[in-house]
Design a protein around this ligand. Sequence first.
Ligand code: PLP
Length: 409
Amino acid sequence: MSYLAETPGLSNFESLVNLKTPDADGFYGSFGGAFIPEMLHPNVEELRNCYLDILESEDFQTEFRHLLKDYAGRATPLYLARRLSAHYGTKIYLKREDLCHTGAHKINNTVGQILLAQRLGKRRIIAETGAGQHGVATATVCALMGLECVVYMGALDIERQAPNVARMRMLGATVVPAMSGNQTLKDATNEAIRDWICNPVDTHYIIGSVVGPHPYPDLVARLQSVISEEIRWQMVEKEGVANPTSILACVGGGSNAAGAFYHFIEEKSVRLIGAEAAGHGVNTGETAATIALGKPGILHGSLSMLIQNGDGQVIEPYSISAGLDYPGVGPMHAALGVLGRAEYIPITDGEAMAAAFQLSRLEGIIPALETAHALAIFEKEKFGKDDVVVVCLSGRGDKDLGTYVASAY
Ligand SMILES: *Cc1c(COP(=O)(O)O)cnc(C)c1O
């Protein structure tokens, strides 16, 4: 039986504020916190003490807004997908994060964190990356600001994602292979943490999702919350009301979903639905469906849902989509899922592939494989003809063309 089914839901929504922003120790309900080795304490403590003051300062906000607009290309459109809507008999809007500079929502976070790093006086930036999207977004803002950039990437991912490795190098970053474990994202994250421990003074670690020790989940969620901030005023413009009926997003670590859900978490009438990667299927042992299968456990500094065996050892995840191929999930999503405020639906590789081809042919938009998981929800859930459903189109599919072309379609 899944952990979710054993856990009582939230009978009322009194504590919704605590699901949007964590308490002082970084907890969303019972998930989150900062479970870190002693050696990492000074770095995390410095960040925890400064991040809110910096994020809320006028100087930061002015530059952040300016760069999001003129550099990243925001506000991204909220596009009414007419043919997709007709196909599913409901009104579907696509929030076009795929049109951001570097091709996904990840730039919102890296622009924010590079400004934070500057204000902390850091000269050197490190990051982890799986498919290479976060590595590219980090290398991009380091080039923009003239800061040194080191990106840790699993040796296997370096082989699988050659174009993004080339982009990072062209942008001036050093790409360091992680040789441990199965040489993917989890192992790259371990190497980045190790680097940070060794370089506490001059280095800022830009984490790519709403994961890691407090304050990272809150920091990244706040930077990505620009997505739902825009959805609200764009909904008013197009529909005359701020709230859609439902919001759909894919969930790897959970940053695009956190950004798309953020300003709707306390709006009880809005259904929040995440798509997690089922890989070959939830019960096949080759999956990354963290919320469906996970139990509470600690990975990379926070307590969250984690795919693990009976001894608490992390089970290596699997998904066709490198961006969703992670055994954990951000603590905000663990709390939203356990308390029943958001629903999480597992989507298989095949279902995501079909959804990617469908969007390409109905709307002329080739989505990232990660994003295609969110689009596949329409095959599993029925929405009414008067419903307004917003899908966070987290990224574009250029990086996945090899996988698409190799498939049977
Ligand atoms: C990295 C990535 C994701 C997964 O990361 P989240 O933190 O869950 O958003 C999803 N979509 C795209 C396009 C990505 O590049």
